[in-house]
Ligand binder design. Structure first.
Ligand SMILES: NC(=O)c1ccc[n+]([C@@H]2O[C@H](COP(=O)([O-])OP(=O)(O)OC[C@H]3O[C@@H](n4cnc5c(N)ncnc54)[C@H](O)[C@@H]3O)[C@@H](O)[C@H]2O)c1
Length: 338
């Protein structure tokens, strides 16, 4: 284990998601020392860099030469993630890359290969793994109170998308990774779709390598202000329902079911709500959605304190699952092996 406590990290991208959901976490992460804000849009870089006490840059190579970051976060348009991550990885620097890591399976594989070839690593911004409601359940699944996992049910409703591929690459990918977080690798899927106007939907069954079975139900029939998400996990000793990433309900004979790091569980009966211990960031905030957790994990991984996960390989497997489901849809629901 490393005794390094601070990592010098640069941020590429100062757009909406970066500045609204990610940057506000940085001052709350002791290991994260922001050393540059880089955006090809000069106004954005100049506006945000001084607010976080870092110098502004407009070009990736110039920024790396000037500040020699130990890690780089890349949060831009989907097409840019792959190109810029390749640039950074080629310099041997670990990356934190927003989803989707690439817009093709070949691109996602190329990123994972590039990291290995440069002797470094990358994380993909699958923040749901760090949402406390999910994290405490994952911890509980390793206890006798839960027993052996048998089924994973995933439901997600988003705002409208132009096509099924976009819905899966830009939104479904989060839920797909969450399914792998709870159930592990998937070996076979079948899927059918609904495609009428702005409403797209995918209904899929998954067979995990472990023998666990699952369902994935993603639709874009909601608006962007009423997105919906539920996870149901059945064990041999109890079942767990995670409602909208905020409330975790365990149906078992045990009492309090998980401890969780740096987090409060409160509630009654066997229904627990999660909230962060960061004042002002109540439910629905940066902490409960997992944005703080994913950036903390990256900074701590750059310090060598924790494993860098979810990895670029997890990104590859999520994209592979997207294509397996789309291929099954094209084949009228025929099972596709991964
Ligand atoms: N995980 C989540 O919950 C979540 C939510 C929303 C968006 N996102 C993802 O975040 C990403 C960014 O979304 P957004 O809405 O903030 O986009 P945005 O367009 O507001 O911001 C992207 C920024 O990247 C900059 N940029 C593009 N190419 C660049 C380059 N080569 N070098 C430097 N800067 C460059 C642009 O100038 C822009 O400022 C998207 O990929 C999206 O999928 C994730």
């Amino acid at each position: 284990m490393s005794d390094k406590t601070t990592a010098s990290i640069a941020f590429i991208g100062a757009g909406t998601h970066a500045t609204q959901s990610l940057y506000p976490n940085i001052p709350q992460i002791p290991e994260f020392k922001l050393v540059a804000v880089c955006d090809m849009n000069h106004e954005r870089a100049d506006h945000w860099a001084p607010r976080y006490g870092a110098p502004a840059f407009y070009d990736v190579e110039t920024m790396i030469d000037a500040v020699a970051p130990e890690g780089v976060c890349i949060v831009g348009p989907a097409e840019m993630h792959h190109a810029v991550a390749l640039q950074v990885l080629a310099r041997g620097i670990p990356v934190f890359v927003e989803k989707p890591p690439a817009t093709t399976l070949a691109g996602a594989i190329e990123l994972a290969d590039a990291a290995r070839a440069s002797g470094t690593w990358g994380m993909v911004a699958f923040m749901k793994r760090f949402a406390p409601a999910n994290a405490v359940v994952r911890e509980f699944m390793d206890t006798d109170g839960f027993g052996a996992l048998s089924t994973v049910g995933l439901i997600h409703g988003s705002g409208p998308y132009g096509d099924l591929t976009a819905m899966m690459y830009f939104n479904g990918i989060h839920m797909i990774d969450l399914g792998r977080y709870f159930g592990g690798d998937v070996k076979r899927v079948s899927a059918i779709s609904y495609d009428q106007g702005p409403v797209k939907a995918v209904m899929s069954t998954w067979e995990f390598t472990s023998g666990v079975v699952g369902t994935f139900n993603m639709n874009s029939g909601h608006t962007w202000t009423d997105c919906f998400e539920q996870v149901y996990l059945s064990g041999s000793s109890c079942g767990v329902l995670i409602d909208n990433g905020r409330a975790s309900e365990v149906m078992s004979n045990d009492g309090r079911f998980a401890k969780g790091e740096g987090l409060d569980l409160y509630g009654w009966s066997r229904r627990y709500y999660v909230s962060g211990n960061m004042s002002g960031w109540g439910s629905g905030g940066h902490y409960t959605r997992g944005y703080w957790g994913e950036l903390s994990q990256f900074a701590r991984a750059v310090c060598g304190l924790v494993e860098p996960t979810p990895t670029l390989e997890d990104g590859v497997e999520a994209v592979r699952l997207i294509h397996a489901m789309l291929d099954s849809i094209a084949a009228s629901g025929q099972p596709i092996e991964l």
